[in-house]
Design a protein around this ligand. Structure first.
Ligand code: GTP
Ligand code: MG
Length: 198
């Protein structure tokens, strides 16, 4: 799928103030600093559409981007940033969980995990929560440029093996690098195919 237009719509501090209407949307979620905002920029070929930072905790609101005048990409705050105050962590947690529970326009989510690390408890627990709440998601292995191909393959296999211990069926996996522009075609085709069926 070709992206012909991508523009910022609105930042929302709660799910109630997100855009109305029934355009389908796809949301990016994962630990702070995993590369959610960078991935949105890579997918849309716009370097500065979503705000990125080398410091975790950059995205603090629900950000909607309109793609090809027909669907939304959604950038969410990250979870699990240790230095966030307890109060703020609760606030973000509430924002994220209420978004996923209440946002009827959401078609599917992408849970991003850093391809360099072993499966982290916080991500596995989040995926279980998504499962319990019947929210469809796939997994994106980010920052693949930081690993040699062999190590990437091993980490991917180990991640799948870990998930098989609790999941009867594995979610879809994508591997991306926002620096090397890897994974764009696969993710956009996946979204396009779903949109065609709606
Ligand atoms: P929060 O908004 O804080 O939750 O973070 P985020 O998940 O949106 O991460 P963001 O896109 O801001 O990227 C965090 C850092 O990782 C930045 O310094 C990016 O340049 C870097 N980064 C993101 N994606 C990649 C990638 O594919 N490869 C490499 N090498 N660095 C990346
Ligand atoms: Mg961000």
């Amino acid at each position: 799928m070709e992206i012909t237009s991508a523009s910022f719509v609105i930042s929302s501090a709660s799910v109630e103030t997100c855009p109305t209407g029934n355009l389908p949307e796809y949301a990016f979620i994962g630990r702070s600093n995993v590369g959610k905002s960078s991935l949105i920029n890579m997918l849309t070929n716009k370097r500065k559409l979503a705000k990125t930072s080398s410091r975790p905790g950059k995205t603090q609101l629900i950000n909607h981007f309109l793609i090809n005048d027909s669907w939304h990409l959604v950038d969410l705050p990250g979870y699990g940033y240790a230095k966030t105050s307890k109060k703020d962590r609760r606030k973000f947690q509430h924002l994220i969980t209420s978004y996923f529970k209440e946002r009827t326009q959401l078609i599917s989510a992408f849970v991003l995990v850093d391809s360099r690390h072993n499966p982290q408890k916080i991500d596995l627990e989040f995926m279980e929560w998504m499962g319990e709440n019947q929210i469809p998601f796939s997994i994106i292995f980010t920052k693949s440029d930081k690993l040699k191909p062999g190590a990437l393959e091993r980490n991917l296999e180990f991640y799948k093996e870990t998930l098989r211990q609790t999941w009867a069926e594995l979610p879809l996996f994508f591997t991306t690098s926002s620096v090397k522009r890897k994974g764009q075609e696969e993710i956009l085709t996946y979204i396009h195919n779903i949109n065609q069926q709606l």
